[in-house]
Design a protein around this ligand. Structure first.
Ligand SMILES: Nc1nc2c(c(=O)[nH]1)N[C@H]1C(S)=C(S)[C@@H](COP(=O)(O)OP(=O)(O)OC[C@H]3O[C@@H](n4cnc5c(=O)[nH]c(N)nc54)[C@H](O)[C@@H]3O)O[C@H]1N2
Ligand SMILES: Nc1nc2c(c(=O)[nH]1)N[C@H]1C(S)=C(S)[C@@H](COP(=O)(O)OP(=O)(O)OC[C@H]3O[C@@H](n4cnc5c(=O)[nH]c(N)nc54)[C@H](O)[C@@H]3O)O[C@H]1N2
Ligand code: SF4
Ligand SMILES: [Mo]
Length: 720
């Protein structure tokens, strides 16, 4: 047991707050203390980070592999037996139905080393094209739009420290007060410095409460809203013509599309009054510099890519991108939401943010992996499409770092697909709702028990360090892949290509990423241990005597990463959500998060303090809607969509639009929000429409008034 303090990072969200861990006397538990020297959070932590050590305790986690017996129950088994069963289950499916009948599903919480190894494992060991991950549900629309506009996608093209020094920030569908609390100070400081904050959210969230201006559009109408703002910018002569000429392309088409979106028309679609649109334009255009930041609100829509494109257009038309203290950014979500999307667990991707369809990329990565480029499969299905194909085209699945039974859209259907698999293997730290359906569950080590790198929402690569000894009986995800590669590889077994030492994996990742858009080749564990992270791209110095590359905190200042160096406007027009309210389903449902629970809740629902703060699901609804239903605070209400029915207590608040209800998605069972959500996919990013679907709301008991809402409620909302 070591008495030393280990500086590391939180296991949860993309802020990747720095924290210090000190082992408790038993050498297993750890205590969290402030790590003030890490610049992103300067010691501050939210309740999830502070209580994260609770999930390390062996009483809430898996410490033995589980194998499903003939009788159908999961029972403890040896590692040897469990690994054999997984190799047999995946191997037999591959032999009988072909490599593409084996699927792999990863997660944006996995370290870079794990994400990289998983992508390689799928393509080299299993030979399958069918790999994707939960990041598809997270920021894939922003990634697609960013790539299209700038030629390169990195969540934030600048560090968070730039926020307090800009003039205005529009925060679109982002609730950092609950989803990244320590980041709120950047927005507070912005306002203290005289800058302004605009929040766009159908709910008056804790974040919106801090804003100078809150716009509350109907869910699913952000595209129209952004077009309306651009219309006003043009009409009021606030465009930056010199910038448009010198640094962009595609303006004429984008301008024409925006001009077709009259403010009054946009008010009708969004419910945001024209004077508020004008006020937003004034606040955004007055200062020298400004930013637009999006999160899941506008992105998790069946038109998320175009919607983000429309918000980027605002930055481009006003000369607010690729200039100091200005730009568009996406606030990524999971701990390694950024790195997890760069190193090959996405269906169309190779490490270094390379494209699987690019012959040069295939040749480079195949060279690093020591395989024939022609042997690498092509792109596979996106996450929801992959889950939807389970039990039919895809008959066996290896899942690492996600809990889709709770978090996937149309979850009852996904659960049914998972149950219909011939074979399911899950690596997890706890028995998640998805792991409970597996044929084999492999218990793995977690953050404080292993070393690895993550890349936070700023593109800052960080080192998470092992602080304590894992409990007996668990192994790391890297060890699992090493063992499975040995068993499944056959002749010339490739297990040596799957090192169990994370630093060895990172050294290979450096080479694989070298020369790619997300170039990590100049980053080493040593540097990460000494610096507060390194921003990619960070190429290795060309000549051996050259100095180290400092990394790239700020992108695009000289040119964009497109071929001609210009940013591209997106020629986009408004279109409706996949499901609009009608007589049968007259209300809109949107979904999201609360501060004390994380994602599917697999980890945080095991922490007493967090459960006390957020004990279960709820339906947030406006007093007017509640009155119509005859529902009082805490009464169970049923929310019914074309996919199914969920029941949870009413939480009545004037902070939400009267035509909309909100449910957090952290819980399984009767209150599972994803029983209701619509898997309509964005045509480009394949992002499902988590943020809007049509529902009917019914009082379950006591029934004091009408049983359902009779007509579409469409107020001109003005909660600010
Ligand atoms: N406490 C907590 N923190 C987390 C997480 C967690 O599960 N719990 N998860 C992490 C992850 S992976 C992610 S991706 C981030 C997500 O971080 P956020 O994007 O901040 O979280 P959400 O609650 O999903 O959505 C943000 C807001 O979008 C609003 N919204 C809903 N529909 C619309 C719409 O149509 N338009 C607009 N403009 N807004 C809309 C919702 O009301 C909500 O307040 O959080 C990270 N941090
Ligand atoms: N309705 C609705 N649904 C949503 C969203 C929404 O806003 N609304 N948001 C979507 C978004 S943005 C996201 S990111 C997804 C997230 O949803 P999920 O993909 O389900 O994410 P988690 O709950 O974090 O699941 C991670 C699982 O991996 C385990 N785990 C943690 N660390 C490790 C590790 O190192 N190795 C292994 N093998 N396992 C590990 C955890 O215990 C947990 O069971 O949900 C999506 N679903
Ligand atoms: S804000 Fe995110 S990274 Fe920071 S302590 Fe909370 S969950 Fe962890
Ligand atoms: Mo996410």
């Amino acid at each position: 047991m070591r008495e030393t303090v280990t500086p590391t990072h939180c296991p949860y969200c993309a802020l990747q707050c720095g924290m210090n861990l000190t082992p408790a006397p038993d050498g297993r538990a750890v205590e969290v203390s402030e790590r003030a020297d890490f610049p992103v959070n300067r010691g501050a932590l939210c309740g999830k980070g502070r209580t994260a050590p609770a999930v390390l305790s062996s009483s809430v986690r898996l410490t033995s592999p589980l194998v499903r017996s003939e009788g159908g129950a999961l029972a403890p088994a040896s590692w040897e037996e469990a690994l054999e069963r997984v190799a047999e289950g995946l191997g037999r499916t591959r032999a009988e139905h072909g490599a593409d009948a084996v699927g792999v599903f990863g997660g944006g919480g996995l370290t870079n080393e794990k994400a990289y190894s998983l992508g390689k494992f799928a393509r080299v060991v299993l030979g399958t094209s069918q790999i994707d991950y939960n990041g598809r549900f997270c920021m894939s629309s922003a990634a697609a739009a960013g790539g299209r506009a700038f030629g390169l996608d990195r969540g934030l093209p600048f560090p968070l420290e730039d926020i307090p020094r800009t003039g205005c920030v529009i925060l679109v569908g982002s609730n950092p007060a609950e989803t990244m609390p320590p980041s709120l100070r950047y927005f507070t400081e912005l306002r203290e410095n005289g800058g302004t904050l605009i929040v766009v959210d159908p709910r008056r969230t804790r974040t919106a409460e801090q804003a100078d201006l809150h716009l509350a559009p109907r869910p699913g109408t952000d595209l129209a809203l952004a077009l309306g703002l651009l219309h006003l910018i043009v009409a009021e002569g606030r465009t930056d013509e010199a910038y448009i000429r010198e640094r962009t392309s595609g303006w004429e088409e984008a301008r024409a599309a925006a001009m077709a979106h009259w403010p009054e028309y946009v008010e009708r679609i969004t419910g945001v009054p024209v004077p508020r649109l004008r006020e937003a334009v004034r606040l955004f255009c007055a200062p020298e510099a400004a930013m637009v930041l999006t999160a899941r609100g506008p992105e998790q829509q069946s038109k998320g890519t175009d919607t983000v494109g429309a918000w980027i257009n605002l930055c481009l038309a006003t000369g607010r991108a690729g200039r100091p203290l200005s730009g568009y950014g996406c606030l990524t979500g999971q701990g390694n939401g950024q790195g997890g999307r760069e190193h090959g667990q996405k269906a169309d991707q190779l490490p270094g943010y390379r494209k699987l369809t690019d012959p040069a990329a295939r040749a480079h990565v195949a060279g690093v992996w020591g395989v024939d480029p022609d042997a690498l499969p092509g792109p596979g299905r996106s996450a929801y499409e992959l889950l939807d194909a389970l039990g039919t085209d895809i008959r066996a699945l290896l899942l690492m770092g996600s809990n889709p039974v709770v978090s996937a859209p149309r979850a009852a259907h996904v659960e049914e697909r998972i149950r219909s698999l011939d074979f399911l293997a899950v690596c997890d730290v706890v028995l998640s709702e998805t792991a409970a359906l597996a044929d084999v569950v492999l218990p793995v080590t977690q953050w404080a028990e292993e070393t690895g790198t993550t890349t936070n929402l700023e593109g800052r690569v960080l080192l998470r360090r092992r602080a304590i000894t894992p409990p007996r009986g668990v192994r790391s995800d890297l060890e699992v892949m090493h063992e499975l590669a040995a068993r499944l590889g056959g002749e010339g077994s490739p297990e040596k290509g799957f090192p169990t030492d994370p630093e060895e994996v990172f050294e290979e990742l450096r080479r694989a990423s070298a020369g790619g858009p997300a170039d990590y080749s100049g980053i080493t564990y040593r540097r990460l241990a000494e610096e507060s992270g390194v921003f990619w791209p960070c190429p290795a110095p060309g000549d051996p005597t050259g100095g180290v590359h400092p990394g790239t905190p700020r992108l695009f200042l000289d040119r964009f990463a497109t071929e001609d160096g210009r940013a591209r406007f997106a020629p986009v027009s408004h279109r409706a959500a996949a499901e609009e309210p009608d007589a049968e389903y007259p209300v809109l449902l949107t979904t999201g998060r609360v501060v004390a629970q994380y994602q599917s809740g697999a980890q945080t629902r095991r922490v007493d303090e967090l459960n006390a703060a957020a004990p279960g699901p709820f339906v947030e609804l406006h007093p007017r809607l509640a009155e119509r239903l005859g529902a009082a605070e805490g009464d169970p209400v049923a929310v019914v969509s074309r996919r199914g029915r969920a029941v949870a207590p009413a939480r009545i608040t004037a902070a939400i639009r009267p035509d909309t209800v909100f449910m957090p998605f952290h819980w399984a069972g009767e209150g599972r929000a994803n029983t209701l959500t619509n898997p309509a996919l964005d045509p480009t990013s394949r992002m499902p429409e988590f943020k809007v679907c049509a529902v009917r709301v019914e009082a379950v008991r006591p029934v004091r008034a009408a049983r359902s809402v009779p007509a579409v409620v469409r107020p001109a909302v003005s909660p600010a």
